[in-house]
Design a protein around this ligand. Structure first.
Ligand SMILES: [Fe+2]
Length: 118
């Protein structure tokens, strides 16, 4: 959407990584242009498990708070318990995600070490 008008999405090379951790999954995104909620839904279908963790650029820069909250609710409905936003998530969206997810949101910064367990 651009100013409330549907426009063609000309980016055709989006890549995301879905990792099967055993009981659940992890999604790693580069830029999440199709929408992180859609990526998580697709990844969950592909690996056949709920996606517990999401890490990467969530492409929310410039979105209204209501839209960020809507996406976060979709992520939660898909079982996403922890988010690690960075890159093109945008500072405002990162702040909103921190308010929603609390300590289950860790903004990606240089030097951050994360361990994922199944
Ligand atoms: Fe992006």
């Amino acid at each position: 959407m651009d100013n409330g008008r549907l426009v063609p999405d000309t980016l055709c090379d989006e890549i995301a990584l879905a990792i099967d951790l055993g009981r659940h999954g992890l999604v790693v995104t580069g830029c999440a242009h199709p929408g992180i909620d859609r990526i998580v839904e697709k990844a969950s279908t592909i690996i056949g498990k709920r996606i517990k963790y999401v890490l990467g650029g969530l492409h929310m820069v410039g979105l209204e708070e209501s839209r960020v909250r809507e996406i976060a609710e979709k992520l939660m409905s898909h079982g996403v318990e922890r988010v690690y936003p960075g890159h093109c998530t945008g500072l405002e969206a990162e702040y909103i995600l921190e308010k929603i997810y609390g300590e289950n949101c860790r903004v990606l910064r240089a030097g951050l070490k994360i361990e994922f367990h199944s």
